[in-house]
Design a protein around this ligand. Structure first.
Ligand SMILES: O=C(O)c1ccc(O)c(O)c1
Ligand SMILES: [Mg+2]
Length: 620
């Protein structure tokens, strides 16, 4: 597939955008007019830079409000177009995007619009270029791709074709299947954009909320499959108007976009596999890149907490029933274990670091294949130094900086022996990591969702918006089908630093009451839950008063879905890190979303108390 990206997707100067596009591996770019107009470089200099970077300049855009106008205005529009065609000649661009008229068109008249496009085509042909007509979803007369295509057919000029933009088609709920009926030679350009499912006017939705393919709610694999089956072989270009992308690091955005196109191609291959060849079509004009097959994670092999406060974290782990296995024989790293769960307290590069989740070790069938897949999706490798007698694990960096290691499925891995022999048996009430909650900087949220979906094959659950005293928190659970790995990504409110937002690791048990009693007996500080919560609980669910009394006594939270029940409690935070213990009964498969606001309010209140009242009274 010929990949392309519109300069309008990215932040920075035109030069920065071209460098980032080339750096991320795009074949070409669409030049958005504004990016050129504000730039001091001449068109010839821009062209030379693109040549040096081996980037094709695919498209010049947008040309607005051209067709269906009064004759006098048409003359003016053609003059305007001619200036652009000359400019395109200097840039070495052969295609101009013409958006359907949103303002100056008269009454809907397809013959008139076609006549105007034909005249534009004649002018374009004189300059050796061509025009691609695109239906904007809010066009005055022309707002559907079928209508635009009809006018292009009426215009019947070799320099007049169509531009298909997935946003304008899918935002209206139009069926993209008709793409297969269009002569692929008439499709001069294709733009791809995803978007979140929202109810708002198309213009605002399009100009501010577009997302890279796979980050929103549109079926772009289905869309691309129609293009492939229809025989399209031209560039496929990302055209994403997004307020956050425009203020994010330019290379990061370009890499995020390239990741989205790789993931999309892989999914589209799956979609096309097994479908019959379209009747009468020639050879497939587009080859889709495949990703290495790697299978999803089968569980958590270890979880790494970086801190220089190993005592603080170790105390809480001990209260939760973890046993200290040992200190690493070479590094300031501790291993704690319980019921097959491995917690690593990592003191490397940790001076002044409050406890935070620094790495997730995920058990996978083929660590090398998982790492290859992640690398192909532009995930940077974690630099690691091992001595020859140590097990070397490969890891990649998630967008928020969390290290994701691919560990073998082995229940007694060799690397654990580097911490000494396994401790003897004791009662293990905790059996697994149930989920991990990671704070995401607001700029990297959509990128993170795409990262975890494409590299690990985790699927997205519907997002929830959780009120906290410091702002609304967008929460997105990403999980394996069987639920053995669940990551809850929380988008940190803009007012907070991502490092100041609480993150947690939740452990599974089949007896949360026993765990809570044992932890309290060991002196654990549990996050307090207000009495109002329990009064409301008794109103919401027909619970036995004795049961509510136990919940209240132990600061347990409760949720129910059908027959499924969820009982859980939180530890107080150590820095910004805390732990949760959850018991799922009768197949409960959710994450207690209704209780998240209670937790956040309690945590921020605790944080406030700690800041205003130092924990150790000053002696006079
Ligand atoms: O919002 C716009 O004006 C606009 C311009 C060019 C495009 O290709 C597009 O899809 C939208
Ligand atoms: Mg477009």
């Amino acid at each position: 597939m010929r990949t392309s990206i519109a300069t309008v997707c990215m932040s920075g100067s035109l030069e920065e955008k071209l460098h980032a596009s080339a750096g991320a591996g795009f074949d070409g770019v669409e030049i958005f007019e504004q990016d050129l107009l504000v730039n001091p470089a001449s068109p010839e200099e821009v062209r030379a830079l693109a040549d040096r970077l081996d980037l094709r300049l695919n498209l010049y855009q947008p040309f607005r409000d051209f067709e269906g106008v009064e004759e006098r205005l048409l003359a003016e529009n053609l003059r305007r177009a001619e200036a652009k065609f000359s400019l395109m000649n200097r840039l070495g661009i052969d295609t101009m995007l013409v958006c359907s008229n949103v303002a100056t068109a008269g009454p809907d008249d397809d013959d008139l619009a076609a006549d105007h496009l034909r005249r534009l085509g004649e002018l374009a042909a004189g300059h050796g270029v061509r025009v691609a007509y695109e239906a904007l979803a809010w066009g005055k007369n022309v707002s559907t791709y079928r209508h635009a295509q009809h006018i292009v057919e009426l215009a019947d000029h070799p320099a007049v074709g169509t531009c298909l933009d997935s946003f304008h088609i899918l935002s209206r709920g139009d069926d993209p299947a008709g793409i297969e009926d269009i002569d692929p030679e008439r499709i001069f350009f294709v733009q791809l954009a995803d978007a979140p499912t929202l109810t708002m006017d198309a213009l605002s939705w399009s100009r501010h909320h577009r997302l890279f393919p796979g980050q929103g709610g549109f079926d772009l694999a289905g869309f691309l499959a129609h293009l492939v089956r229809g025989g399209y072989g031209g560039p496929v270009s990302l055209e994403i108007f997004n307020d956050t992308f425009r203020q994010s690091d330019v290379l990061r955005t370009a890499l995020d976009g390239m990741r989205s196109l790789l993931w999309l191609q892989d999914r589209t291959r799956d979609r096309l596999a097994g479908t019959p060849e379209p009747a009468g079509a020639g050879r497939q004009a587009m080859t889709l890149t495949a990703l290495p097959r790697s299978g999803g994670p089968a569980g958590h092999a270890f979880t790494d907490i970086r801190t220089d406060d190993a005592d603080g974290v170790g105390t809480v782990l001990a209260q939760l029933g973890f046993r200290f296995r040992g200190q690493h024989r070479r590094k300031p790293v501790q291993l704690w274990e319980q019921g097959g769960i491995r917690m690593v307290i990592d003191g490397q590069r940790a001076r002044g670091v409050a406890p935070s989740i620094s790495a997730l070790g995920l058990a996978v069938a083929d660590p090398a294949a998982s790492a290859d897949r992640a690398s192909m999706l532009a995930a940077p490798r974690v630099p690691r130094q091992n001595t020859p007698d140590e097990e070397a694990l490969v890891g990649v960096l998630a967008p928020d900086g969390t290290e994701i290691f691919f560990a073998p499925l082995d229940p007694t891995p060799a690397w654990a022996d580097e911490f000494g022999p396994a401790p003897g048996d004791a009662t293990s009430l905790l059996t697994a990591v149930d989920h991990v909650n990671l704070a995401q900087p607001w700029q990297a949220f959509d990128e993170a969702v795409l990262f975890f979906e494409s590299t690990l094959g985790l699927s997205r659950q519907p997002t929830a918006e959780v009120p906290s005293p410091r702002g609304l928190v967008r929460s997105q659970v990403m999980r394996t089908e069987d639920g053995c790995v669940r990551l809850a990504l929380n988008m940190v409110p803009h007012v907070l630093d991502a490092g100041a937002y609480p993150e947690h690791i939740a452990f599974a048990t089949s007896d949360v009451v026993a765990v809570a009693r044992r932890a309290r007996a060991a002196g654990m500080a549990v996050l307090p839950v207000p009495a109002n919560y329990y009064e409301d609980l008794a109103a919401r669910f027909p619970l036995d008063p004795d049961e509510v009394a136990v919940l209240r006594e132990l600061d347990l939270l409760y949720d129910r879905e059908g027959d499924g029940e969820y009982l859980h409690f939180y530890t107080e935070t150590v820095g910004t890190l805390f732990f949760e213990v959850v018991e799922r009964r009768h197949g409960y498969d959710g994450h207690g979303a209704a209780n998240a606001p209670v937790r956040l309010a309690a945590q921020f209140a605790l944080d406030e108390r700690r800041r205003t009242r130092p924990p150790h009274p000053v002696r006079g």
